[in-house]
Structures are given as C-alpha cells and as structure tokens.
Design a protein around this ligand. Structure first.
Ligand SMILES: C[S@@+](CC[C@H](N)C(=O)[O-])C[C@H]1O[C@@H](n2cnc3c(N)ncnc32)[C@H](O)[C@@H]1O
Length: 166
C-alpha cells in the first residue's frame, strides 16, 4: 500500500462532515459536536433519518456478508464514508479473514480520517477519488496494487476464490 499517511488532516472540529454526521446517525463515536448539531437537525426535521441510515447499513451488511460467503474477497466501496460502525472490511472479515477492501471517497477529510483509522490494517487501502470516474479508480496505483488478479475493466467488485475454494 502506498501513501498511508497517519497524519490526521481531518481533525477540523469547526466544520461538519456528512460522513461524521452519518456516523452519528448510526450511533457511532467518530463525530464531533458540530456534526451532532447537524445530525440533531436531521433527527428533528426528518425523524426517520436514523432508521434510514440504519436500514441502509443493514442492507450493506447483508450484501457484503452474502458476497463474502459466496467467495468474494476483494471489495471496492465507492462513496464509503468512514470505515466505522460495521462497514465493509468489518463485515467481510466475519466471513473471510483475508478479505481486502479499498475504500473510495472524494472528501479529503474523510480520506485522511479513514487512513488514520485503518493505519494498522494492511488489507485495506483508502483512495481519494470521485466515484463518477470509475476508470480513474481502477487505474489508481493503490487499487492496482490491491487487485492482485490485475484483471482488465473497471469493476466495482473484485472476485477471487476464498482460500477454501482454491
Ligand atoms: C453517507 S456517507 C457514507 C455512506 C456509506 N457508503 C453507507 O452506505 O453506509 C456518503 C459518503 O459519500 C461520499 N461521496 C459523495 N459523493 C461522492 C463522489 N462523487 N465520489 C466519492 N465519494 C462521494 C461523501 O464524501 C460521504 O463520505
């Protein structure tokens, strides 16, 4: 993995971040007062917001769990937000300890914080890119390095056999 900075450039507590607001709505701990303030507006004005966020995360858990059980061991999560509150690597590893995940987000603060959170995890990488540019993501050196199969194409999900299937 390259450029795994551990310098936390995201520690700006004066501006809310949608990823941290989302973490708050999910009941996570990776958020600041400025994020909770926005989250509380969501909760007040759109009382279903936490339930929607949780339902969304439950869908992610079901989908990643099903793919991991089916032998998929490489994942690219685009528009990932923070890798917290049961995100892709945590779910996939419950089924396959070798699972590798590339998290992609365009927000530099989210990328910096994610790299800090995952600094000790050498089977994840965090890429700063726009999900509307899938080729840029595919060609990113971290993703190329990550995808050991080096198959052509801008796939969003990478499949390789689980160890038991090789
Ligand atoms: C609500 S959060 C995380 C959602 C998470 N994927 C989930 O399903 O639980 C959405 C994230 O998408 C990111 N995002 C929004 N537009 C994006 C884009 N065009 N390219 C990459 N990331 C984007 C934001 O920065 C934010 O961190």
């Amino acid at each position: 993995m390259t450029d795994r900075t551990t310098e936390d450039e995201s520690d700006d507590q004066s501006k809310p971040s949608i990823a941290r607001v989302y973490d708050y709505l999910l009941g996570g701990k990776d958020n600041y007062a400025v994020d909770r303030e926005i989250g509380d507006i969501f909760i007040k004005e759109l009382p279903g917001s936490p339930a929607i966020a949780l339902a969304n995360r439950q869908a992610l858990i079901r989908a990643v769990g099903a793919m991991a059980r089916d032998g998929i061991s490489q994942f690219i999560d685009m528009g990932s937000g923070l890798p917290t509150a049961d995100n892709v690597h945590q779910v996939a590893r419950r089924h396959n300890a070798e699972a590798r995940v590339a998290y992609v987000d365009h927000d530099p603060a989210v990328v910096a914080r994610s790299r800090t959170l995952l600094a000790a995890d050498d089977r994840t990488t965090v890429v700063q890119a726009d999900l509307r540019e899938p080729e840029e993501i595919h060609d990113n050196p971290d993703v190329q390095n990550f995808d050991r199969l080096r198959r052509a194409g801008g796939r969003h999900l990478q499949r390789r056999p689980a160890p038991s299937q090789r």
